[in-house]
Design a protein around this ligand. Structure first.
Ligand code: FPP
Length: 255
């Protein structure tokens, strides 16, 4: 039996969540998956699944702020999502504009930087305008940096970085031998940001789907069966708690 307030998948009981305040991930990246299935389970149009997903975004941004997470990256629209029916793409773009308009005041008051990553020039003009306005008005805030990944693809980002670095080499502005992992990172959308410590994917799928391919080299992965609209603050805490049990060696050995 499914109902509007939760499905079988959403019923979970975490016995004991104790968070180490000194080991909160700096950067959390989330593949917000399962909106469509959430809606289908309730015989609702897919767009209502995305709408419910926006409610989860609200909760999770607040929770990241409360916990002291510095960067939160949300995969909202991939370079491959254009393959979806036009109606769904339009609904997503509309939700984005609504989100930026409705949430701007509160996010700004809470010190959130509303940033975006991905090639937004392909988005409708009103989306681009709202995104640019939101960024311009919040870029000096000092709270959570919210990266909305829009028309974002990891491969696209890497190719774009290669092209930009090649232009600099051609102009003689940088020496090809000086290029290394950390200099190349500056040519990505996430320049000057730490790599994600943890990548969360709800909905039961266990793949990256072209998300942060360069940046996830040493990220910890956390999967859950819960669809994104049912994901809540406790799930985030559980993900962080599990993350804190991981032994991150970055290719080295345990001290
Ligand atoms: C994946 O679920 C989700 C998306 C492709 C869109 C995510 C977008 C939002 C939550 C709202 C819009 C964004 C902002 C920033 C306001 P799916 O549709 O692939 O789910 P399914 O796999 O169950 O079909």
């Amino acid at each position: 039996m499914f109902n509007l307030f939760g499905s079988k998948k959403s019923r979970r009981h975490y016995e004991h969540i104790h968070l180490d305040k000194n080991n909160i991930p700096k950067h959390i990246a989330i593949i917000m998956d399962g909106n469509g299935r959430w809606a289908e389970e309730r015989n609702l149009p897919r767009a209502l699944g995305h709408k419910a997903g926006v409610e989860t975004i609200r909760k999770i941004v607040k929770e990241c702020d409360r916990l002291g997470v510095k960067y939160l990256t949300l995969y909202a629209f991939s370079t491959e999502n254009w393959k979806r029916p036009q109606e769904e793409v339009s609904a997503l773009m509309k939700l984005l504009v609504e989100y930026l308009k409705n949430e701007f005041k509160e996010l700004n008051e809470n010190g959130v930087v509303i940033n975006h990553i991905g090639d937004i020039t392909r988005l409708p003009q009103n989306c681009q305008d709202e995104l640019n306005k939101a960024y311009e008005n919040t870029k000096n805030n000092t709270g959570v940096v919210l990266n909305l990944a829009l028309n974002y693809g990891g491969r696209d980002e890497i190719i774009r970085g290669i092209k930009n670095i090649y232009k600099k080499v051609q102009k003689g502005e940088i020496n090809i031998d000086s290029i290394n992992g950390s200099t190349f990172s500056n040519y990505l959308y996430t320049a000057n940001m730490p790599d994600p410590d943890i990548i969360i994917r709800p909905s039961g799928e266990q793949r990256l789907s072209n998300f942060m391919l360069w940046q996830c080299a040493y990220s910890e992965f956390w999967y859950s069966d819960i669809n994104w609209p049912d994901f809540n603050e406790k799930d985030l805490e559980k993900a962080i708690c599990d993350y804190q049990q991981r032994d991150r060696r970055f290719g080295g050995i345990k001290k």
